[in-house]
Design a protein around this ligand. Structure first.
Ligand code: F6R
Length: 614
């Protein structure tokens, strides 16, 4: 949510900043702006809309050459997405420029105070007050680093701030509280970014910053302090992916590329999980076996697609470990005063590792003495850092705003967690765990086989241009898949779409069904109790009322044929693993339909990736 870039070195800062913003645009695309320090002056430009608008403006009115600069791509919170509210914001005498991600909660009081002192604030944002405060500080004679430390002590809320001072081209200064910021370490140059994508084309060496820290980058080095000015240290790490992972690689959208990366992402997330003795191992798991044995309840917290991964996980964890699992939206969790104690394991699922709702929920859980385990795709992000344990997924960077490979790899991590718990608690025999691991290891090829038939799904999707409403049905582990299919369609195609548990239809939602309504049905594999038969009953109910059914069913399931207007075949997998293959056609369907409708699939309206505000 908002992308931030900072640079100091010997390259043209404009190029470094604009390229960085391009890679961060998925975090927000309501407006974009840049500020450069050139010959004792600040030069800046900012434009509403996509980064392309800013680039066009700069092409028409070139900025001077400079080697120090900052940039911002915005997801609006305070104030409409127009030129005036775009970042950077400048102080009254245009000496300091500042970009911000997050929300400054006490900005209204500071604004009143500044206005009483005759400052003119041009925008409706919460950010501009910080620019004025910083400028007052540097004008009082302190350097930008000290100024930033002092200003941060006054601010409440969540923020990443990055600033430059026209009279000090040698440094860019940044600060973070509850909002992401990483440092890129170069040779004779250094970088700041909301995430490593901002500078991955220049360096893969990064520095992770702690909470409430100020960082100063110069050509020569990086200095970290606390808000009180005490020396502090970041944690250095090597980024295990490179520029090619942040490119579209011949696809029209990052999302489509990421859908097709799923066989690799799932395989990578399964890699290295067997110890020599044949037992399952989770290297990053920082909880002891005894701590795991003591767990008598699990609460999974997450948002959006990650929440649906949690819903699937509940079926697997309860079945394999007999530990009760609750799944809760992170944004609701702490407001209901959940019952937690040291024997409750809270599992926080987050692709980005920065989602504010999830972060606040884990903080609440830890205050109640619960252990928190994060399932996360982003090394060095806040959620794993603030958790007791972590299972990293190995999806590589997910840039499309709609999560795809993030979801599949979260499912893999949840299955691994469930099996590991079963191993430690002894609720499943070793050979049963090995068999499920073999089934999981077969999944990448099965996903590849679904992808090899994508043209069929694309054709179906294109035939739905003009459709106003779509329903998705599932049962058991297929129910969250139906919810996820509906979410993908809503966010990308802007179509009314809802997912239902098939058995729940007759309790109300069936009233929505009318002649010709497309209903996508995730049909469970045969042979699992009565799930399959019950699903067919649900399908019959909607067909009887005129719905057109598109059924996703396993190879060889002929019993579904009379009930399907269109049939998409899935590989044969056990019911608990079916979400891993069943969601793929739904992702392809949403991606292609949105493309055919002329939407920007990677940057859907009103959305941003990595939601760092509550
Ligand atoms: C939907 C989507 C979102 C995210 C949600 C949580 O396609 O991507 O619903 O899943 O915002 O994000 P993370 O997993 O980063 O916490």
């Amino acid at each position: 949510m908002c992308g931030i870039v900072g640079y100091v070195g010997d390259k043209q800062a404009q190029d470094v900043v604009i390229n960085g913003l391009r890679r961060l645009e998925y975090r927000g695309y309501d407006s974009a702006g840049i500020a450069l320090v050139a010959e004792g002056r600040l030069e800046h430009d900012k434009r509403a809309g996509r980064l392309a608008n800013l680039e066009k403006a700069i092409a028409q009115h070139p900025l001077p050459q400079a080697t120090t600069g900052i940039g911002h791509t915005r997801w609006a919170t305070h104030g409409a997405p127009n030129d005036l509210n775009a970042h950077p914001h400048l102080g009254s005498s245009q000496r300091v420029a500042l970009v911000h991600n997050g929300i400054i909660e006490n900005f209204a009081g500071i604004r009143d105070e500044l206005e009483r002192a005759h400052h003119v604030l041009a925008s409706e944002t919460d950010t501009e007050v910080a620019a004025h405060l910083l400028e007052l500080q540097v004008e009082s004679g302190v350097d930008l680093t000290t100024a930033m430390q002092r200003v941060c002590q006054r601010l409440q809320g969540a923020f990443t701030l990055v600033a430059v001072d026209a009279q000090d081209p040698s440094r860019v200064v940044a600060a973070r509280r509850n909002s992401p910021l990483v440092v890129g370490l170069g040779e004779g140059e250094n970088f700041l970014g909301s995430d490593v994508a901002a500078f991955i084309e220049h360096t893969r060496e990064a520095l992770e910053l702690g909470q409430d820290q100020v960082v100063t980058i110069t050509r020569e080095g990086v200095e970290v302090t606390t808000f009180d000015g005490a020396p502090a240290e970041g944690t250095r790490y090597h980024v295990d992916w490179d520029l090619s992972a942040a490119e579209k690689d011949g696809h029209d959208w990052f999302m489509r590329k990421e859908i097709f990366e799923q066989p690799r992402a799932v395989a990578d997330s399964l890699l290295g999980r067997h110890a020599r003795n044949g037992l399952l191992q989770l290297d990053e798991m920082r909880l002891s076996d005894q701590e795991l044995r003591d767990i008598d309840k699990i609460i999974i917290i997450a948002c959006g697609t990650s929440f649906y991964a949690g819903m699937v996980a509940k079926y697997a964890i309860e079945h394999w470990t007999r530990v009760p699992v609750e799944v809760e939206l992170a944004s609701e969790f702490r407001y209901r005063d959940p019952i937690l104690d040291y024997s409750t394991l809270v599992v926080a699922i987050s692709q980005s590792g920065e989602t504010a709702d999830t972060l606040q929920a884990i903080r609440h859980a830890r205050l109640q003495r619960s252990k928190v385990l994060a399932i996360c795709n982003t090394n060095g992000s806040t959620i794993p850092r603030e958790s007791d344990a972590v299972i990293y997924t190995h999806a590589g960077p997910e840039i499309g705003v709609a999560s795809t490979k993030g979801f599949l790899t979260q499912l893999v991590a949840c299955y691994l967690l469930a099996l590991y718990l079963a191993q430690v608690k002894g609720t499943r025999y070793g050979d049963e765990i090995s068999e499920i691991m073999h089934q999981l290891e077969a999944v990448p090829d099965q996903i590849a086989s679904v992808l090899s038939r994508s043209d069929e799904v694309y054709e179906l999707a294109r035939s739905h241009v003009g459709t106003r409403s779509v329903l998705f049905l599932g049962r058991h582990a297929g129910y969250p898949v139906a919810l996820e299919g509906a979410l993908k369609l809503k966010e990308l195609a802007y179509i009314h779409a809802e997912g239902f548990a098939a058995g729940e239809l007759k309790h109300g939602p069936i009233a929505l069904v009318e002649e010709g309504l497309p209903v996508l049905c995730v049909v469970p594999p045969r042979g699992r109790d009565q799930l399959h038969e019950k699903m067919i009953s649900g399908i019959q109910e909607v067909r009887a009322r005129g719905a057109r059914t598109i059924c996703l069913a396993e190879e060889g399931d002929t019993s579904i044929e009379p009930y399907a207007d269109h049939l998409i075949r899935l590989p044969k997998v056990p019911v608990l693993l079916q979400p891993l293959v069943a969601v793929v056609p739904l992702q392809l369907f949403a991606c292609e339909l949105a493309t055919a409708m002329g939407h920007d699939v990677d940057q859907p309206r009103n959305l941003a990736k990595s939601v760092t505000v509550e």
